[in-house]
Design a protein around this ligand. Structure first.
Ligand code: FUC
Length: 839
């Protein structure tokens, strides 16, 4: 698909539309003649043309339902999704009888017969899914609601927007002096999507509603004033398509009438209409699809019909605001912020527009609130927004980076509850993953490879190269631990302890002694999705694996200690941790990606998995292990900046952790440049609707960059709350409120000329608050602000010591010049707020 050329001039919208109802008649406060773009809040994506393609349409969602709104004047299209509409049926994808081959691949690796190892891996796990197996199912769309307005082809004063402060999309325009308005939202409280149609003159609304779908097995009919679409998802590989879905569309009109044809509803001479869109499926959970799609859909609709438009809208906005309003970010603004959003993206790299970075940050939070509510599924590669039956990488869960990245912003940007869908998925995998652990590896515990889907598959996907990575579950479990560190919630920890233990148990059984150093390593595995030597991926003891195992084992040890349980098991893990490989600095001064020094200087691969230790993990610190810190930096410099969307998103986080705000900003600027056409593969950017491009659209880059911006402003992984660790020169003045750190501290910062002006810390759960800053601060109130002394006593800030790295003789030593820091301790009480100011 080619992206339409962006208008850079565009019609300036010059009338503000505002509708109200007086004496039952819709009236309009037209022609106030103020430039709406000035009046708009900083939280609006807006355009002066309808969406010409999907990447210009605007997303709305309530976690379970999602829609892309195109905003055509004569033809509105709402592309509809419901999160459980997946191809296939319950069931895992474990290939049986592979254990002996795995043992042989391992043997080849230890004998340094790498090509033989890769060949056997490819033969054991063919690139195409075996006949009796599958490589995961597709997340699929429901279809489209089309609203056709005859005679609206030549609209004037056209405007559409997405207000992310209230989670509302709207379209306004004029036809022959009559103003028309549409307002749309996916209700966070009432389980339906709502479209509201109004006009400045009574009886002006004439339109036809129809539904269509790309699914082969489907039917559209009209019954009792309702437009109904039913369908069944696709059969793929060895799985039958068994998710049945239904959509019911019911318009409630004020004035005028509704008539019907076989397949459409016709609204004639209507003053105003509220269209209720309800969608349901037979899906109950990953192993149960015994629900009744029709009954579920009718249930949501009946419930929503008890409320009128105003009540639905108020409830929706109230709930949405309770999440969104927790964080505000002001980086300043320029005249750019008055321009349409697509123009701002096109010009971001040439004209200063700090407000677009803030808007992009808040848009990411909007996507998390709209795509991941408690009790719903976690966001896929496309969040919940996908229009294709066969989307890129099936729009499933790629768990060697992408799914994790989707949830990096959850804790720091104050949306902790929205992390829950991921925890539910991890719990499911800890059940289904027992089969891959035992059948493939003869191991206890559980694991998953590099992909999963709605059915919670845990076997390899995409063959013996990409798929041979048994670490997906290990990475996901970090999120359980992060949630604990940010909340200190021991009930939560008790609840997920068996999942953490099972992940650790897998490695107790699976780790193998490698012949050279006698370190314990994972083999076979790979450094996601990179190669060494002659196109070999399969390996033993890749650096990322070692870092992941280190985290899995130490999380389980800390969890057991915190809960005062399982002492003997924790002791076993402590012995095992000592036998893991150290990190290594290679000949070019880089952090080695593999056990041997195989890294290439010219390697530009998008995955830089061995920097997992720098972010999201905390095994590489400028203050604790400067040598590794330098080496990680060197690796990142070699890999370069431009890449796929998610890769650039990750790089923002890495440069923030490397305390280089200007380079982090450079990556934000790379990401906020216009996305190329969908087929170019490796060069990401941003679409007109602010969706991140892999390309094609992949939501991880949005979330990765949000996390990166928060890492530039506050970090808490290294024993203290580091305030403004990586502020770029282009944001000299600003304010952020509501970011959260480990230990449950909520932080508000205002800064001037790059230095802290005021700082406010609210403690949710008490405990020592250690602050790390570049310029001295003083307490602004009656409490004791002492100089920090020794390790932080707050256990939620504990940093697990790592082994001394091995350094290649060829590596040149670089002198690390770090900015001086000041550290303070404050003993906090739950619920209390502490103010600080510049000295
Ligand atoms: C991995 C990445 C790709 C893409 C896909 C969904 O395979 O290497 O770049 O993000 O997942």
């Amino acid at each position: 698909m080619t992206r339409n050329k962006q208008s850079t001039t565009g019609n300036k919208r010059n009338a503000m539309w505002n509708a109200g109802k007086t004496l039952g008649v819709v009236v309009i406060l037209l022609a106030l003649n103020i430039d709406k773009t000035v009046a708009q809040s900083n939280y609006t994506l807006w355009y002066d043309k309808p969406a010409a393609n999907w990447n210009e349409a605007l997303p709305i969602g309530n976690g379970r339902l999602a829609s892309m709104v195109f905003g055509g004047a004569a033809e509105e299209r709402l592309q509809l999704n419901e999160e459980s509409v997946w191809a296939g049926e319950p069931g895992n994808n474990i290939i049986k009888g592979v254990y002996d081959s795995i043992v042989q691949i391992r043997k080849f690796l230890f004998e340094e017969k790498y090509k033989d190892a890769q060949d056997l891996s490819n033969r054991t796990f063919p690139r195409q899914a075996p006949k009796d197996g599958n490589y995961g199912m597709q997340y699929q769309p429901v279809g489209n609601l089309i609203i056709h307005f005859s005679g609206h082809e030549n609209a004037t004063k056209y405007y559409r927007d997405l207000d992310i402060q209230h989670a509302l999309a709207s379209v306004t325009y004029e036809i022959d002096g009559v103003s028309f308005k549409r307002e749309m939202f996916a209700s966070l409280t009432d389980g339906v999507i709502i479209v509201r149609l109004t006009a400045s003159k009574p009886k002006s609304i004439n339109c036809t509603l129809s539904l269509n779908t790309p699914h082969k097995v489907s039917q559209v009919k009209v019954k009792n004033d309702e437009l109904i679409l039913t369908g069944m998802t696709s059969s793929v590989d060895n799985k039958q398509g068994k998710v049945s879905f239904e959509t019911q569309v019911l318009p409630k009109v004020e004035g005028g009438k509704v008539s019907m044809t076989d397949t459409s509803l016709v609204l004639t001479g209507v003053d105003a209409a509220t269209i209720y869109i309800s969608i349901g499926t037979n899906f109950k959970n990953y192993h149960d699809i015994s629900g009744n799609a029709s009954a579920v859909t009718s249930g949501y609709l009946a419930n929503a019909l008890t409320k009128n438009y105003d009540a639905l809208k108020t409830a929706h906005i109230n709930k949405y605001s309770s999440f969104f309003d927790r964080v505000s970010l002001d980086l300043g603004s320029t005249a750019q912020s008055k321009k349409p959003t697509n123009v701002r993206v096109a010009e971001f790299n040439s004209i200063p527009d700090p407000q677009l970075a803030a808007l992009y940050f808040q848009f990411g939070r909007y996507l998390l609130i709209s795509g991941s509510q408690p009790g719903t599924a976690p966001t896929t590669l496309q969040g919940k927004w996908n229009d294709k039956l066969n989307p890129a990488w099936d729009s499933k869960y790629t768990i060697n980076i992408n799914t994790e990245m989707n949830y990096w912003p959850a804790e720091p940007t104050n949306l902790s509850e929205l992390h829950q869908p991921l925890f539910d998925l991890i719990k499911d995998l800890s059940v289904t993953g027992k089969e891959s652990a035992s059948e493939m590896y003869h191991a206890r515990g559980w694991n998953a490879h590099h992909n999963t889907d709605q059915w919670r598959i845990t076997g390899p996907v995409d063959g013996g190269f990409y798929g041979m990575w048994p670490m997906g579950g290990a990475w996901l479990t970090q999120h359980l631990w992060y949630h604990y560190l940010y909340t200190g919630d021991k009930d939560f920890l008790t609840n997920v302890y068996p999942v953490l233990k099972g992940a650790a148990m897998f490695f107790v059984d699976v780790l193998q002694e490698e012949p050279t150093h006698k370190w314990m390593v994972v083999a076979p595995s790979m450094s996601p999705e990179n190669t060494y030597g002659k196109s070999v991926g399969v390996t033993a003891g890749g650096t990322m694996d070692n870092q992941l195992v280190f985290d899995v084992l130490s999380n389980a040890i800390h969890a057991a200690n915190t809960l005062n349980t399982d002492n003997a098991f924790a002791d076993t893990l402590k012995t095992m941790i000592k036998r893991l490989p150290p990190m290594q600095v290679g000949q070019y001064g880089q952090l080695q990606e593999w056990l041997k020094d195989w890294d290439r200087k010219d390697d530009k691969h998008r995955h830089i998995s061995h920097l997992y230790g720098l972010f999201p993990s905390n095994q590489i610190s400028p203050y604790r292990n400067p040598q590794l810190f330098n080496a990680a930096r060197q690796s990142l410099v070699y890999r370069g900046d431009k890449s796929t969307g998610w890769s650039m998103g990750w790089k923002v986080n890495w440069w923030a952790r490397l305390l280089d705000g200007n380079r982090a900003y450079k990556l934000i600027a790379d990401q906020l440049s216009p996305a190329p056409v969908e087929t170019t593969g490796q060069n990401g950017g941003t679409y007109p609707n602010l969706f991140d491009a892999h390309p094609p659209f992949q939501i991880d880059g949005n979330f990765g960059c949000v996390s990166g911006i928060s890492e530039m402003l506050v970090q808490s992984q290294d024993g203290a709350i580091h305030v403004l660790p990586a502020l770029p020169d282009v944001w000299p003045n600003g304010t952020v409120k509501g970011l959260v750190t480990r230990g449950g501290f909520v932080v508000d910062i205002s800064w001037k000329n790059g230095k802290i002006n005021t700082l406010k810390v609210t403690s949710k759960i008490g405990g020592n608050c250690r602050l790390r800053v570049y310029d001295e601060i003083v307490a602004d109130g009656k409490f004791k602000l002492g100089k920090a002394n020794g390790e932080n006593k707050n256990p939620l800030f504990e940093v697990e010591p790592i082994k001394q790295p091995l350094v290649s003789e060829k590596a040149t030593q670089i002198d690390l010049k770090l900015k001086k820091t000041f550290e303070y301790d404050v003993a906090t009480e739950p619920g209390k707020t502490y103010l600080f100011k510049a000295q």
